[in-house]
Design a protein. Structure first.
Ligand code: ADP
Ligand code: MG
Length: 241
């Protein structure tokens, strides 16, 4: 289980001045649970995810896994898989090379077995020898997901992983993504500014505004009982997008 305990992230904003990106956020994610962080651009979602992952220092607070602080552990020792909007694939390697990237310590046969298993999981069986630059945007993000999941991270952290894709593909992929994360028994923190995406992927959604976690609950709870008028306004479906 992940526990985020009273985490604050400050950025320097000039001599003696600080910008509070994340303001005393606490939340828990149970093993096997998918939690989305939802909120408008600039509300601190990425800063919180990066702080939990170890990519950003905590100004105060703690991050615990199964009751033990990981706040002093470097990123690669936390055992968290990361995925971003731009999948950051290695264009000079084929799909299998990308998916097997985190498995370099394993014997070749085991690595190949795991790569094939991951490609099947994300619906790209047989794509191992394809060059990355021949893939569509959606296929690339599936490869990025397979690469993050391959080393069996104890937790997945995804920051707007579908935001670079068009809406139709996004709506389709988010449903697949939930199933893939479920099939992998993944515990996940999924950052998005898109309420439809949050609703489709998450067991619970945490709504962030101006650095604070203002409400967390199941999608049904949130839409039935928004805690503030800001949350209510934000959750109201946009007229078009
Ligand atoms: P979100 O992911 O919800 O869009 P961010 O966490 O990226 O929000 O940003 C939260 C706030 O922190 C914003 O005001 C942003 O400008 C600021 N911020 C983000 N990253 C940095 C940084 N590396 N240095 C200084 N300020 C930053
Ligand atoms: Mg962000």
């Amino acid at each position: 289980m992940l526990q985020v305990s009273d985490v604050t992230v400050l950025y320097p904003a000039g001599p003696g001045e600080w910008n509070t990106a994340v303001d005393g956020v606490s939340l828990e994610i149970a093993t096997g649970e998918i939690v989305a962080l939802l909120g408008p651009s600039g509300c601190g979602k990425s800063s919180l995810l990066r702080a939990v992952a170890g990519l950003e220092p905590l100004s105060s607070g703690d991050v615990l896994w199964d009751g033990e602080s990981v706040a002093r552990e470097p990123v690669h020792k936390r055992g968290f898989g990361l995925m971003f909007q731009d999948g950051q694939l290695f264009v000079h390697q084929d799909v299998a090379g990308n998916v097997g990237y985190g498995l370099f310590r394993q014997p070749r046969a085991e690595r190949e077995r795991r790569v094939a298993e991951m490609l099947t999981l994300v619906g790209l069986a047989g794509y191992g020898e394809r060059r990355v630059d021949t893939l569509s945007g959606g296929e690339r993000q599936r490869v990025a997901l397979a690469r993050s999941l391959a080393p069996a991270p104890r937790m997945m952290m995804l920051d707007e992983p579908l935001s670079s894709l068009d809406r139709a593909l996004r709506e389709h992929l988010v449903v697949e993504m939930r199933q893939i994360l479920r099939d992998a028994d993944a515990t996940a923190l999924y950052v998005t500014h898109d309420q439809g995406e949050a609703r489709a992927i998450a067991d619970r959604i945490g709504v962030m505004m101006a650095g604070k976690l203002v409400q967390i609950g199941t999608p049904d709870e949130l839409w039935a009982n928004p805690a503030t008028t800001e949350v209510e306004a934000f959750l109201a479906p946009a007229p078009s997008d």
